[in-house]
Design a protein around this ligand. Structure first.
Ligand code: SAH
Length: 349
């Protein structure tokens, strides 16, 4: 098994059968070797720096009805909110003062945020702090819309592909959502010039090892600048609320494999991982991650932005929380840096 890990590290690929064997391997020594190789690969590109992104969850209105998501449109129990431009700018400024040089605007697909409104917010964020990167995570939009947002100054875009298996995609989403459209959105984002992130949930209901292999193959082919993965966590007010959560162990293993497949990828230890494990963030870094996304949303919003239950309110909004994060990263030999933390491959912008 260790030889498979070495081969993966050297060739950035593994035949399907071997990858399958690695995915089902529970041997502690092999896993430690996998994590060590992943750390080595990360360090060769990014050193021991950890990049922080200030996450602002600016709306939980959503026109989509994803079967796993707590803010799906049919969840009548979700208390809806949206932040004003002024609120967004003031959260981002508070984050800037703390050292955040990237702000991530994430939300449901809220038709209120037309191109005009969203571009105005992006321009205001860039005008206020020109040395700050703006990342958007607002779902599927037209190519023209993506282009307008890019021209307004947005640098990066996160759009998880959710699963690279069409049939599994269709099991997780209602009939009016399309796997092909999601993939086409990702291709548009990349060709427009965004640093682009894809990703998937680990342990989504019905997910097989084959599905995970498809995700890994897609990632290796797409060569994203960022990959976001985290365990599926059920939300009681959704149709998939009775399914068990994904596991921390499988998430860590996949983080390490993704690091070896795409060594220069920006790879966060996500909130979902930190929700299932109080040390999820540290464990993620030790498995090859190099990004954390603390929450800068106002506390009332943070609570209502419930994609799943028991969401960890990741540290970040206060100087104390951030120094706690710094200390935790130092304890594992990493260092939180004040930097935009752009992708280190071919610079796009
Ligand atoms: N609406 C935007 C972004 C917000 S959702 C979009 O569609 O891209 C951000 C991510 O949260 C989703 O891509 C999904 O992978 C994840 N997510 C949603 N529900 C979840 C759940 N129950 N457990 C874990 N992750 C979930």
């Amino acid at each position: 098994m260790k030889r498979l890990v070495d081969r993966l590290a050297a060739e950035r690929a593994l035949p399907r059968q071997d990858m399958l064997a690695l995915l089902s391997c529970g041997d502690a020594e092999t896993l430690e070797h996998l994590f060590a190789r992943a750390r080595q690969a990360r360090e060769a590109v990014y050193g021991r720096d950890v990049y922080i992104r200030g996450l602002i969850e600016f709306t939980n209105f959503c026109k989509n009805d994803c079967l796993y998501c707590g803010i799906r449109r049919s969840n009548a129990r979700a208390r809806r909110y949206r932040l004003s431009q002024e609120e967004i700018l003031s959260c981002a400024e508070a984050g800037y003062q703390l050292g955040f040089r990237t702000v991530v605007l994430q939300g449901g697909e809220d038709p209120y945020f037309t191109d005009e409104r969203l571009c105005r917010i992006v321009r205001a964020l860039k005008a206020a702090r020109p040395d700050r990167a703006v990342t958007l995570s607002v779902g599927e939009r037209s190519r023209e819309s993506y282009r307008a947002l890019f021209e307004a100054g947005a640098d990066r875009y996160l759009l998880r592909h959710e699963t690279a298996t069409k049939a599994h995609y269709e099991n997780l989403h209602p009939g009016d959502m399309s796997f092909d459209r999601r993939m086409a959105c990702l291709a548009s984002l990349k060709s427009i010039g965004f640093q682009t992130g894809c990703g998937f949930m680990v342990g989504s209901p019905g997910q097989t090892a084959e599905d995970l292999l498809n995700d890994l193959e897609f990632i290796a082919r797409f060569q994203p600048e960022m990959v976001g993965i985290g365990p599926f966590i059920p939300h009681r007010d959704t149709p998939l609320g009775m399914h068990p959560a994904g596991t921390v162990g499988m998430t860590l293993k996949l983080l390490a494999i993704i690091r070896l497949l795409v060594p220069d990828v920006l790879l966060p230890a996500t909130t979902a991982l930190a929700t299932l494990d109080a040390h999820g963030c540290e464990k993620g870094m030790l498995a090859g991650a190099n990004v954390v996304m603390p929450n800068l949303s106002p506390p009332a919003a943070r609570e209502k932005y419930a994609l799943y239950e028991g969401k960890a309110t990741a540290a970040g909004e206060t100087a104390d929380a951030l120094s706690d994060l710094r200390r935790r990263m130092e304890n594992i030999g990493c260092r939180v840096v004040v930097a935009r933390g752009d992708h280190m491959g071919k610079p796009r912008k």
